[in-house]
Design a protein around this ligand. Sequence first.
Ligand code: G6Q
Length: 537
Amino acid sequence: MNEQAWKIVEQEIQRTRGSHLRELFAADPKRAKKFTASAAGWTLDYSKNRIDARLMKALVALAEDSGLRAGIEAMFTGEHINATEDRAVLHTVLRNFSGKPVFDKGRDVMPDVLEVRRRMADFANRVRTGEWRGFTGKRIKYVVNIGIGGSDLGPAMAYQALLPYSKRSLKCFFVSNIDATHLAEVLREVKADQTLFIVASKTFTTLETLTNAVSARAWLIGKLGSDAAVAKHFVAVSTNAAEVAKFGIDTANMFGFWDWVGGRYSLPSAIGLSLMLAIGPANFERMLKGYYEMDCHFRTAPFERNLPVLLGLLGILYHNGYGCESIAVLPYDQYLARLPAYLQQLDMESNGKSVDKDGNPVACTTGPIVWGEPGTNGQHAFYQLIHQGTRMIPCDFIGFCKSHNPIGDHHAKLFANFVAQTEALAFGKTADECRAEGVPEALVPHKTFAGNRPSNTLLADELTPKTFGALIALYEHKVFTQGFLWNVFSFDQWGVQLGKVLAGKVLKELTADATPALAHDSSTNALIERFRKAYSK
Ligand code: G6Q
């Protein structure tokens, strides 16, 4: 971070540290209006944060003086900002509706992007209309996406989020874990002659995905009695045509993407094929347009009104200014139940870095711990700690004015909880208020709420493909903003790569016929020996 600008932020934090949100709201009736900004169907009310105008100005100056504007342009224009892999970071072109070219290594990438999307739409339409049939001539009723990490979390989360827009006669499942239970339980739910498997893997070398895909293929052939069935029941999404062909999937049934799409940013690419099958190409495009609207906003809006930049700066305020280690994401919408898990990967894999772009240890902590559950469930579980625990946990509350399921007064009750929680966190309850309610003196300390606990409220009219796309782009760019200010490389993931090779050696030792000479520590050796004994029985 720009040291000079950060010093000023710190001074402003010192100045405002003693203020309570109760006083800040009382002093300024226009506070909510002052600290609200909107874009792409979303309104961000950030007034219930420990901020005032001067502190916000200092934060915005931090972004400006750190060169964020140029950083954003570098990403959108295809500079190789993923330097450790020497790659561009161009997930934004997957939803570029400007009609303008975008270049990587001197080549316009837009024609390829549009061509893959056209092929995806064509395929999705054929499956959805029943033109594409299974090996025995039956319509496809089940789609099983086999992938993990970035090739799973996005489509799985989005399928659930956009269920109201999906074709209900087509059911999607997502298999990721190498634990055979995951695959086995899904296979119990589907019928081989009506199932389409999508093997989704950027590299097409990931152990979990290939193991699951091989087992799924054996199951299918076993059920349908012919190797020829694979052509009608397996398609692939990958950047690696050679490995796809080696696996036995005709590359005519492969949907490609490119090394400049990071796994956790790949939902709008062909990795979203299962989602497109479910919601149809038109809704998929509406989702992309939501992403695009937020992209344009991020690229052009002044920082003081720029939603991703504001979210990023407020996160930095708490993370680096107040030492908060985690943030809670609390969607008040059951359809967004998997959003916290998705954002966990997006944020923690991108900014969980401890060296800066020059390879030196970072000067400040990076990457918050992201967690959460949908409201109101979380209220009956972990909110206690947020309200009265010893830690400060900034929260993002996400909600909608309208419900897809307007049954009775459910939605008003949900919304009442959504709003009331942010109010209670901000204002708390004083000891005097407790006494006025007749709380016995001995219980007053237990029933007092300090308040002054920060939250953002993100509100849209309705969860639609468009507002959904805009929401995901908002968080992508928030993560970009923070990674840029922390001066870390947000688009590599060497820790994940490490995991991909670690298990290989142990696997050989677990399954070797002859007892291997084990040279690990005594704990690891004992665990391997115990497994070998049980495995050989
Ligand atoms: C995402 C990560 C990681 C990746 C998975 C799956 O940004 O790189 O989660 O998506 O490891 O990788 P493949 O798609 O190559 O199978």
